[in-house]
Design a protein. Structure first.
Length: 246
């Protein structure tokens, strides 16, 4: 079968002498893997160098018993030049790509996550506060991919939120003082941080972007979100170096 798609390059590696295997996150078919034959010998064969986080128009042939497809056309549509000019922006983009690659199952369409990644990359070209943007991205991808944190009340006893709640990595939600005693990994979370999480989760991208995060709240979100993501993905994201270097 021949398929067309718009896809963001998540990762690439060299294959045999002249080819490349590329993982794309596509708008139409989710995460796919394709081989671009001969691209290293004859780069002009394709209208793209398949650089990480570039957006491309693809044509590819699917195989019935193999998830490695044959890409026949790949034309660049967005390059995000301003991200590439700056190391911190490039690292933040790499982190987002790794997160999408780790969270999203193969060949499962998710238009919300696709649009989120496009919005993130577009904003990342010029935004001043990169850390805040990364937090908004983390919160949004969690809620669009089935890991939405439970923030309405205590996840165990349903008691209302009180000033001293913790966030449980294991249960993905808030715990009250009666319930957090047995959860060693749970982290303290302030009301301000809970309110910020809820605001970002429940509003659209544009509105979420307008939310200001104070330094203490950013610090808390960094700990809670990074630990929660690591716990659920059961591995460390390599480009997390970006996050710890902040
Ligand atoms: Zn409780």
């Amino acid at each position: 079968m021949i398929l067309k798609a718009e896809g963001i390059v998540l990762k690439t590696f060299n294959f045999r002498e002249t080819s490349c295997i590329v993982t794309f996150f596509t708008k139409e078919h989710g995460k796919i893997k394709g081989v671009l034959k001969g691209i290293r010998k004859d780069p002009k064969k394709f209208g793209s160098h398949v650089d990480k986080f570039s957006v491309n128009q693809l044509v590819y042939y699917t195989h019935r018993n193999n998830d490695l497809h044959l890409v026949s056309h790949c034309d660049l549509t967005s390059f995000f030049f301003l991200i590439r000019k700056n190391l911190r922006r490039t690292l933040a983009a790499s982190y987002a790509l790794e997160l999408v690659d780790s969270i999203m199952p193969t060949e499962e369409k998710n238009i919300k996550v696709y649009q989120l990644l496009i919005n993130f990359l577009t904003e990342l070209e010029e935004i001043k506060d990169i850390n805040r943007l990364v937090h908004i991205f983390q919160i949004k991808i969690l809620s669009h991919s089935g890991f939405k944190p439970f923030l309405d009340s205590c996840v165990v006893c349903q008691k209302h939120i009180v000033p001293s709640m913790k966030f449980s990595m294991k249960l993905g939600g808030l715990l009250c003082p009666d319930c957090f005693a047995n959860d060693r990994d749970a982290r303290i979370i302030s009301r301000g941080a809970i309110a910020s999480l809820t605001h970002i989760e429940s509003n659209d991208w544009k509105k979420a972007l307008r939310l200001k995060l104070t330094q203490p709240v950013q610090k808390e979100l960094k700990v809670v979100l990074n630990n929660f993501l690591v716990f659920h993905l059961e591995k460390h994201i390599k480009s997390e170096k970006y996050l710890s270097a902040r």
